[in-house]
Design a binder for this molecule. Structure first.
Ligand SMILES: *Cc1c(COP(=O)(O)O)cnc(C)c1O
Length: 370
């Protein structure tokens, strides 16, 4: 049986008629951007995130950019981000003219190590972007304390962790202003690009609303230099249909993760995900680690099992960031993770048989057929 890295059947098939009905309504209403569907989804997503405001955006990168821009972070400022993250976290910092300053993750949870943050704070530091990598919340209590002590903004990158929690408090509600993505493959995905900013602060919410829409609150009255970074009506209505099912899908991801852990725990050659005692994991990705990553991936590929690497090159070693002047060896933990991580399939609808099949192929790779 072939097992793809990602498959939407279980999530999308039961919603097919609702989705088509939403499209029909959208089509007939002839209102495509900045209408009632956006407003409705924004209020639903704010409720879900336990914040006062959610503002739909064109995608996750733009949500991060708008969050940073709303706080006034700009040229000359430094923003602390984990050294092992998707490039978007760093790009948003660069696009407001600030400099990303990388801090190493913990070797076990893969999230930014709060104990190392203070060493990287300078007089130019204005904020911290914790990334809830792979679906596990970063250590938000300590991060918020450090930020308060040094008067820094906290902007959560919640693109991979919709509905995750730290100390029982949901991600996307900890920081002053937070960003998420609804890229199709995320735990809550649109059928195209989308994103959102969440915040409890009215002034920041108003600023983001203006910046995402040409710097105007009243049509053709532009009070600042804004952007076009809006979430459209169609994607908003699709997201409203999918949001009520997110909890159920997350439960399924957790079940699959526990099957993997069960079938792989006795295999000494691989490292399984570890969860911080106060964190919650929504398993956007199920990432294992092994020194033989590349040949394991090749073996699984030959067996028809799809895997991906998140991420093969850390931001500080990307060609796009050569101007920052980093070299190999500067962030050894991030580099080691990039060389050893492998993401196994984890999508609602996977059965225990599929997990057994994948696990058997992994055992076979290390120990030979028995
Ligand atoms: C996906 C992702 C983003 C960017 O979201 P897009 O919608 O693709 O722009 C940002 N940060 C992280 C950690 C992501 O995984």
């Amino acid at each position: 049986m072939k097992i793809p890295f990602l498959n939407f059947d279980e999530m999308h098939y039961p919603l097919r008629s609702k989705m088509i009905e939403a499209f029909t309504n959208f089509y007939d209403r002839q209102y495509y951007v900045m209408g009632d569907s956006l407003k409705l989804f924004e209020s639903e997503y704010a409720t879900f995130s336990q914040v006062n405001y959610a503002i739909g955006t064109s995608n996750g990168l733009d949500a991060l950019f708008l969050s940073l821009k709303a706080t006034g972070i700009g040229p000359g400022d430094e923003i602390i981000i984990p050294s092992n993250t998707f490039i978007a976290s760093a790009l948003a910092v660069s696009f407001v003219g600030a400099r990303p300053v990388f801090v190493e993750p913990r070797r076990d949870t893969y999230n930014i190590n709060p104990d190392l943050i203070e060493d990287s704070i300078t007089s130019r530091t204005k904020g911290i972007i914790p990334v809830h990598l792979y679906g596990q919340s970063a250590e938000m209590k300590q991060i918020m304390e450090i930020a308060k002590h040094h008067q820094l903004w906290v902007i959560e990158d919640n693109a991979q962790a919709h509905g995750s929690e730290f100390n029982g408090k949901i991600t996307g509600s900890w920081g002053h202003i937070n960003a998420t993505s609804f890229y199709p493959g995320k735990n809550l995905g649109a059928l195209g690009d989308g994103g959102a900013v969440t915040t409890n602060f009215e002034d920041l919410a108003e600023k983001v609303k203006s910046l995402r829409n040409y710097g105007s609150r009243v049509k053709y009255h532009n009070t600042e230099l804004g952007h076009n970074m809006r979430l459209d009506e169609l994607q908003s209505s699709f997201l409203s249909i999918k949001l009520p099912f997110l909890k159920e899908w997350t439960q399924k991801r957790r079940q699959i993760a526990s099957w993997y852990s069960n079938y792989l725990k006795d295999l000494p050659e691989i490292i399984l995900p570890e969860i911080h005692p106060n964190s919650d994991h929504v398993y956007h990705l199920f990432v294992i680690r092994t020194k033989k990553r590349n040949s394991l991936q090749e073996h699984l590929n030959q067996e028809g099992i799809g895997t991906l690497i998140h991420y093969p090159i850390p931001p500080h070693l990307q060609e796009a960031y050569s101007s920052l002047g980093y070299k190999k060896g500067d962030f050894p933990i991030a580099e080691e993770l990039a060389e050893t991580s492998l993401s196994l399939p984890i999508w609602p609808g996977m059965t225990e048989e599929m997990v057994i099949q994948i696990s058997e192929k992994i055992w076979e790779f290390f120990e030979g057929p028995n």
